[in-house]
Design a protein around this ligand. Structure first.
Ligand code: MF3
Ligand code: CO
Length: 278
């Protein structure tokens, strides 16, 4: 069963998503040379707590930390550690979830440490562009496969490995709800998108192969060829007027201020923008 959310539920998810975006901004600003990924975890933990949210990841299937921090060839689910130190040129995936009054939001972003290669910059921009393309496909009456087809087309055009082993998902009263939202097609197939469906769309693109392997820690996913990977994610609600991305003050039902379509980079919290590609 795929659940559709009403206004009061969506407002809770929006509050959770704002906490995620603001905290991600603080985490992005903390991604500096010499910081450890455990330092980033501390920023995530206090960022969520001081805003009155609850972290969604600790204890999820036994996950031990508040945020996933995935460095370079790590695709997703990197576990923060005081022994992992950030270096100039690193590409860092930050994936964070928060809960407000029982409602979840999930978002991710990839940021850079110091100067990175042009290939890395292009990978980040393209993966973000694919997320936006996937969001645009969230139309009432379209199908889940249309989202994946839109995402995949952007990745293939650039010649990237489009990760298939991990997918987006419904999100709401749990971190992972039905349906699965793959980053590949075919379009025109899969469940119908209905009003009030809340989906976490999360493309993962690699400079080389799409194939991944999991570390012996049971979590960290990395590319099998050791090449760079990037990951962006938003929590999105399907409305009759189009997709609304949560976490940017775009869904504020009391004031009828609802802004449709994805946010541009310019709308991201300042520190998050600063941590984005130059
Ligand atoms: N956004 C990630 C996902 O949907 C969150 C992983 S949750 C964790 O897979 F707790 F396992 F880290
Ligand atoms: Co997710």
């Amino acid at each position: 069963m795929i659940s559709c959310k009403g206004k009061s539920e969506l407002l809770k998810m929006e509050r959770a998503a704002v906490i995620v975006q603001e905290t991600l901004a603080e985490c992005a600003a903390a991604c500096v040379v010499g910081a450890t990924t455990e330092d980033i975890n501390q920023v995530a933990a206090s960022g969520i707590a001081t805003r009155g949210g609850k972290a969604a990841f600790p204890g999820y299937r036994g996950y031990p930390k508040h945020i996933c921090v995935s460095i370079n060839d790590e695709v997703v689910h990197g576990i923060p550690s005081p022994r992992k130190r950030l270096r100039e040129g690193d590409v860092i995936g930050l994936d964070l979830g928060a809960i407000v009054d029982g409602y979840f939001a999930d978002a991710a972003r990839t940021v850079t440490v110091g100067k990175v290669s042009d290939a890395a910059k292009k990978l980040l921009l393209t993966t973000h562009a694919a997320l936006l393309a996937g969001i645009e496909a969230v139309k009432v009456g379209a199908r889940i496969g249309d989202i994946g087809a839109a995402v995949e087309a952007v990745g293939r055009r650039a010649g990237y490995g489009v990760v298939r082993e991990y997918v987006g998902h419904g999100v709401g009263t749990a971190l992972h709800e039905e349906p699965q939202v793959p980053n590949y097609g075919p379009g025109g197939k899969g469940k119908l998108i209905l009003e009030g469906m809340t989906l976490a769309i999360e493309p993962m693109f690699n400079l080389g192969t799409a194939n991944t392997k999991r570390d012996s820690d049971g979590w960290t996913v990395r590319t099998t060829d050791g090449k760079l990977s990037a990951h962006f994610e938003h929590t999105v609600v399907a409305t009759k007027q189009g997709p609304v991305v949560l976490g940017f003050g775009r869904y504020v039902a009391e004031t009828e201020k609802i802004v449709y379509g994805p946010p541009s980079i310019a709308e991201y919290p300042v520190a998050l923008r600063a941590g984005a590609v130059a």
